[in-house]
Design a protein around this ligand. Structure first.
Ligand code: HEM
Length: 322
């Protein structure tokens, strides 16, 4: 087989370190068609910015990807999956996969829960949790940074933010793994069914928490969400609230775990840069931005073509994944 055809951005070895592949492809063209995955990949900052702004051409509704690339018809015919899903709540488009004007409505409600004072209030508990995790390994003189810090820190933070029990962090991680695995498109059938069951388990556990907050609000995002109302609109229903919390849980820890781990790796391999921030901690915010720029834990965003449209001289057909 022709190597150029078989090489895909989504091969595990390329995903692990995609930068040479990006360079190679970008030298040929700012947009290439990844045949193995059927995806148009845009590699140019200006074209990406343009695409993200062209809301009539590029849709956020990439649910086909979230369901492992299966069509609505294939999903409807999968009776085993349907039977599990019937025990839970319908999955609806709210933030990440919604287009305007639906997106705007949800975003306004979520913004209320993410106001600057509310986010700032988290700082003390984050500091405390961070110190606790570091205390667990500081005496050893070494640590396995990903499992001992980069995973637990974001999961605990999102648990506190949502108002869930930090003691349940491993359950929250298990639920988010279920959501993330569905994105991979590489699950065995057994794992697929397990993730479906875990999603339903998540839905019922969160629903119980949300019902409690409706009776008695607490100082947490869950209370803010279920009781939020703007511009006289109706409050979120259960399926909508569950979808938003699911997205916050996944987005709030996967990305941050990757950013922490990459940041630590970059400092470990660039000790001169580490020395700079040790000598002058005011450089830390810029260092964080630089870690995200050099090695983002979320190096791609998805769009689906609403209609045939051209970008950077390439015609992208209606329905294409970009
Ligand atoms: C280093 C950390 C993070 C990175 C690199 C990151 C990256 C991104 C990117 C690239 C998008 C846009 C996707 C698109 O346009 O298709 C996004 C959306 C989103 N992120 Fe993050 N994120 C991070 C942390 C977080 C955290 C901590 C939370 C929540 C606590 C969060 C919640 C969300 C939500 C809810 C969306 C969807 C927003 C919307 O559609 O209105 N993210 N993130």
């Amino acid at each position: 087989m022709n190597e150029a055809v078989s090489k895909s951005l989504f091969q595990p070895d390329i995903l692990a370190d995609p930068f040479d592949f990006y360079e190679e492809k970008r030298a040929e063209s700012p947009i290439f068609f990844d045949e193995a995955s059927g995806t148009y990949v845009v590699l140019d900052y200006d074209l990406i910015s343009e695409a993200v702004g062209r809301l009539d051409d590029f849709s956020n509704n990439f649910n086909a990807l979230l369901s492992g690339g299966k069509s609505d018809e294939e999903l409807a015919n999968d009776t085993e999956v349907q039977a599990i899903q019937a025990k839970g709540f319908p999955q609806v488009n709210t933030l990440l996969t919604a287009d305007q004007p639906v997106h705007t409505r949800f975003r306004k409600l979520v913004n209320l829960a993410f106001s600057m004072p509310k986010v700032n209030k988290l700082e003390d508990s984050m500091r405390e949790m961070s110190n606790e995790l570091i205390d667990n390994f500081i005496g050893k003189g070494e640590c396995e940074f990903v499992s001992e810090y980069a995973i637990p820190m974001p999961v605990r933070t999102i648990a506190v933010q949502l108002g869930l029990d930090v003691a349940d962090a491993s359950t929250i991680k298990r639920w988010t793994n279920a959501f993330v695995d569905r994105l991979s498109g590489m699950m065995t059938r057994e794992r697929q069914l397990e993730t479906e069951r875990e999603v339903v388990e998540y839905q019922h556990a969160l629903k119980a928490n949300m019902d409690e907050r409706r009776k008695e609000a607490k100082d947490d995002i869950l209370s803010d969400l279920v009781n939020a109302q703007v511009d006289g609109e109706r409050p979120l229903d259960d399926a909508e609230s569950l979808s938003i919390v699911q997205q916050l849980m996944v987005a709030g820890n996967e990305t941050t775990t990757a950013a922490l781990a990459e940041g630590m790796r970059l400092f470990a391999t660039n000790p001169d840069q580490y020395k700079k921030i040790q000598d002058d901690p005011s450089l830390i915010p810029n260092a964080v931005e630089e870690v995200l720029r050099m090695s983002s834990g979320s190096s791609g965003i998805w769009r689906v073509m609403h209609r045939d449209a051209e970008l950077g001289g390439v015609m992208l057909p209606k329905g294409a994944m970009v």
